[in-house]
Write a protein that binds this ligand. Structure first.
Ligand code: UDP
Length: 372
């Protein structure tokens, strides 16, 4: 069978690209090595609750075109992410805002909060933050850094904050208002029918095969059922280092593991996301899935999230964008830039810590660049 495009990975990037290619009348094959579509945004109904199987996904964007595009494929609710952080027996609002500072220091006004932060970093003389620790200290002061950032970040990334890039902490808003919205974006929500339903719709009209390993196909030219496959263009959303047989050495990724259980109670923690920021608690956060959809089911499902270094055989989730890995990625990218008929997309293909809206924007731009 001959296809105009072979898309490797049925996640968000691959699905958006597929939608554009099908719309243009192309014959598209999408394969995924897992036994389901939707990549890491896969959601699955369990006891009538949409479970975010690969971790919490909250769609947020300021890009109107992206928002309108995803709304063609799903109805979104009005969920606003407002996580809380537990440190020992203390509980704080996130992101870092006046509720956090007020509870931390028993103060009320933005001026008092700013004075407190300035006092805590006066002796550090940080002019240009060189790493995540310096960035965090200069933004929020020592108390917030020690209680809400240091332990969480080291668990999440498996590296000290002094060895991590400062951009990671700048993902979070810092506000001197009493506003617990975790994002600054104009549009935000969770698809009422889950993310898998969006991807299903995006993939309509494409041939989709799950349980198919691209590297087997590359070797044999055949799908697992023996069908011979040829194609004009490849859209690859897997790991770029694996595509090139790790020839310059492996890139680092972080993986996460979830311990999920159903509990015979209606409301376990009162919030969709509760972060555990102390270093001595082994998980980083607990997700209570029903709260993403204001669920009223009689039971609840929770997932404890544990972070680990990626190794072959587990799923990669996050690129580790420190200097060393970025330099290594540039070597792979130089090879990718020479390819005429291969597009690398998504978090793994482009080795970038993308949010979902950025993935949609990238995929639309790539498709447009290809004349779709
Ligand atoms: N972070 C933190 N404490 C928290 C939440 C986040 O220090 O309670 C830091 C941590 O370094 C994390 C980064 O902020 O990796 C970005 O957090 P985000 O919630 O954007 O991470 P994601 O949801 O993508 O895992």
């Amino acid at each position: 069978m001959h296809f105009d495009e072979l898309i490797v990975g049925a996640g968000l990037f691959g699905a958006v690209y597929a939608q554009k290619a099908v719309e243009a009348g192309h014959k598209v094959l999408v394969i995924d090595k897992r036994d389901h579509i939707a990549g890491n945004i896969y959601t699955k109904k369990v006891s009538d609750i949409d479970v975010h199987v690969y971790g919490a996904h909250i769609f947020h964007t300021s890009d109107k075109a992206v928002w309108e595009y995803v709304n063609r494929y799903a109805e979104f609710n009005n969920y606003i992410n407002s996580p809380v952080a537990v440190y020992g027996d203390e509980l704080y609002n996130l992101p870092f805002n006046m509720n956090t500072f007020s509870k931390m220091w028993n103060i009320k006004t933005p001026a008092e909060a700013k004075a407190k932060i300035a006092e805590q970093i006066a002796d550090l003389h940080i002019t240009e933050p060189k790493n995540l620790e310096e960035q965090a200290l200069s933004l929020v002061g020592r108390d917030v850094y020690e209680k809400l950032i240091k332990g969480y970040t080291q668990k999440q990334w498996g590296r000290p904050c002094t060895e991590l890039p400062s951009f990671i902490i700048k993902r979070l808003p810092l506000r001197f208002t009493y506003d617990n919205n975790y994002f600054n974006d104009r549009y935000q929500g969770i698809p009422v029918e889950g993310y898998t339903a969006i991807v299903e719709k995006l993939l309509e009209g494409a041939t989709v095969k799950v349980n198919e390993d691209f590297f087997d196909l590359r070797k044999t030219g055949k799908l697992s059922d023996g069908t011979e496959v040829t194609y004009d263009k490849l859209i690859f959303t897997g790991q770029i280092d694996q595509y090139y047989d790790y020839q310059f050495g492996p890139l680092s990724y972080r993986s996460v593991r979830f311990e999920t259980e159903e509990l015979p109670e209606e409301n376990y923690q009162g919030n969709a996301v509760v972060n555990y920021t102390a270093a001595d608690i082994p998980y980083t956060r607990i997700i209570e899935h029903k709260h993403f959809n204001y669920g009223t089911q009689k039971t609840t499902i929770i997932s404890r999230e544990y972070s680990s270094e990626w190794k072959p055989g587990v799923e990669p989730y996050y690129p580790v964008n420190n200097e060393e890995n970025n330099a290594l990625y540039e070597k792979y990218k130089a090879l990718a830039d020479q390819e005429e008929n291969v597009v690398f997309g998504g978090r793994l293909g482009q080795y970038k810590y993308y949010n979902m809206d950025q993935i949609v924007a990238e995929a639309l731009a790539c498709a447009k660049g290809a004349g779709l």
